[in-house]
Design a protein around this ligand. Structure first.
Ligand SMILES: NC(=O)C1=CN([C@@H]2O[C@H](COP(=O)(O)OP(=O)(O)OC[C@H]3O[C@@H](n4cnc5c(N)ncnc54)[C@H](OP(=O)(O)O)[C@@H]3O)[C@@H](O)[C@H]2O)[C@@H](O)CC1
Ligand SMILES: [K+]
Length: 493
């Protein structure tokens, strides 16, 4: 799914209107989608307090008020009574509810919370173009204090659609955000997404031609995209059809990491799977994953990385940073030209030795924020980190998978794919090792690298979601996630 900027959404609005739908009908349609969702999900609540601004977000609020009232709910609307400058469509809809005696319209200052009330934020949407004034900040901070269910229309007030907020910004803290047609970029960054609650994207029939042609670097990975990428296995094939994965890692006390990568590569469908690990891991690996072939290197840590033909390497899980291991990795990279997947200590070794230039072009690196900082330097926030990652991905011609609450794939041509599968149960040591195995396996099966990255992060998160359903976010383990890779494939058929 494409992510459009606020100015593109405005253009999309205009394109839709040019096709013959009036702006007032568009608002009516958008609000109807919200009202229906609210009725379906908040049947037991009788009171709705709707806070409306003076733009079209407020206009949506007025229409929602009317619709909820018509469905039998008790509705109060709050506006800034000193501000008479409403957008045209907001004014039309405000005038409509003024004619309904059952809907009370009061000033924001007259709000008094009622029992079992739901607060609806229709103050500002994508039209917010500057910091909120102190009056609005106070209003939002007061609303945030109130114990009630809270719904934001389109965007939680105080957030900008596409950029970071100031540190002291006041933002409405929603339990649900009912947003129109597209994810907004700020819903996908940790500093800003925490205000959104659960995000519900409502299709309001904006012009499809405009959406198809709109140019953007930003995408959300959705099932439509995954269906286009996934290649079911062919019946007439053999193990050679599905490539050779070589997982390199492990050191004394950290054999589990490379074991999990190896298992993940196998469960993702790798044809032939090798593990290069120190001798101390031999028995563990051979007994736990008999399907993989073991190549030893060093006693307790890796001291050489053998180059094999026609293989895809995934290097880093549990690798450690012993001097001999560092030398082995740098020597390997100096002599290797194919794409590799680099994770964990492989990235730390590259950072400490300042050898970014050794990463083969079209490789994949999978840093978490701290590893990213070690490689490329500090940034102020995740929006800046993403911009720096885009720049570095292009400069080095590599794919960067930035691991975070929403993991992001950044391609050498600066496209950005946000992943929305996954959950906090995956925030445990070992989850990253699973991702390395999945990515190595998909690339070795000749998925194009961009597609392997997009499919890989989605599959990883989705398996995590199945594991959370079975075991809970607290108790699920990265090994449970590996076992649920099969559930994802079964559901993908
Ligand atoms: N295609 C879609 O997605 C559809 C979207 N729709 C809805 O339209 C919404 C966008 O509407 P919008 O453009 O009127 O913007 P909105 O957010 O209501 O605010 C604009 C007003 O706020 C003002 N203002 C700005 N910053 C401010 C500040 N800090 N403090 C105070 N004021 C500030 C600004 O004033 P100005 O800059 O002119 O001084 C202007 O008056 C969108 O989010 C969705 O809900 C649907 O109805 C139909 C289909
Ligand atoms: K809002």
């Amino acid at each position: 799914m494409k992510i459009l900027s606020s100015s593109q959404i405005k253009e999309c609005d205009s394109a839709t209107i040019e096709k013959g739908i009036s702006s007032i009908s568009l608002m009516e349609n958008a609000a109807k989608k919200c009202a229906n969702w609210i009725v379906d999900n908040f049947k037991s609540n009788q009171n709705f307090s709707i806070f409306a601004g003076n733009g079209n977000n407020g206009g949506d609020g007025f229409v929602i008020a009317r619709m909820l009232y018509e469905k039998g709910f008790d509705v109060e609307v709050f506006i800034d009574e000193n501000n008479s400058k409403f957008s045209e469509d907001a004014k039309i809809n405000l005038n409509k509810i003024k004619l309904i005696s059952g809907i009370t319209i009061k000033d924001y200052s007259e709000f008094d919370n009622r029992d079992n009330s739901v607060i609806i934020d229709a103050l500002f949407g994508y039209g917010l173009n500057r910091e909120l004034s102190d009056d609005f900040k106070n209003l939002i901070e007061n609303l945030n204090q109130i114990q009630a269910s809270k719904i934001s229309i389109d965007i939680p007030t105080g957030l900008f659609a596409d950029r970071m907020i100031n540190k002291n910004a006041a933002v409405f803290k929603a339990d649900f955000t009912l947003t129109f047609q597209f994810y907004k970029k700020s819903f996908l960054h940790p500093e800003t997404e925490k205000f959104c609650g659960k995000i519900i994207v409502l299709d309001i029939d904006l012009d499809e031609d405009f959406i198809n042609e709109a140019e953007t670097d930003y995408f959300v990975i959705d099932e439509i995209l995954i269906k286009k990428i996934y290649k079911p296995r062919e019946e007439f094939s053999h193990k050679g059809t599905y490539g050779k994965s070589v997982l390199v890692g492990g050191s004394y006390g950290k054999i589990g990491a490379v074991l999990m990568s190896t298992l993940s590569a196998l469960k993702t469908g790798s044809g032939l799977t090798f593990t290069i690990a120190p001798k101390c891991g031999n028995i563990i690996l051979q007994s736990q994953v008999p399907e993989a072939m073991f190549i030893d290197s060093g006693e307790n840590h890796i001291n050489e990385i053998e180059i094999q033909d026609k293989a895809i390497y995934g290097i880093g899980p549990g690798l450690g940073k012993e001097i001999e291991t560092q030398k082995a990795l740098l020597e390997f990279l100096e002599n290797y030209r194919n794409s590799v997947v680099l994770d964990a200590d492989a990235l730390n070794i590259i950072a400490e030795n300042q050898k970014l230039n050794l990463i083969p072009k079209h490789s994949v690196i999978t840093p978490h924020p701290l590893e990213f900082e070690r490689l490329f330097g500090k940034t102020e926030n995740s929006f800046e980190r993403l911009e720096l990652a885009k720049q570095k991905a292009e400069e080095l011609q590599i794919f960067i998978i930035l691991k975070d609450h929403h993991t992001v794939v950044i391609t050498p041509n600066q496209k950005v794919f946000y992943n929305i599968t996954g959950n906090s149960g995956m925030a445990k040591g070992g989850s990253g090792d699973v991702l390395t195995g999945i990515l190595t396996s998909l690339i070795s099966q000749k998925y194009d690298i961009e597609k392997a990255c997009v499919f890989g992060v989605w599959l990883h998160g989705k398996a995590g979601d199945f594991a959370a359903v079975e075991f809970s976010k607290e108790a699920m383990l990265p090994t449970d996630l590996i076992n649920h890779i099969s559930t994802v494939f079964k559901h993908s058929r």
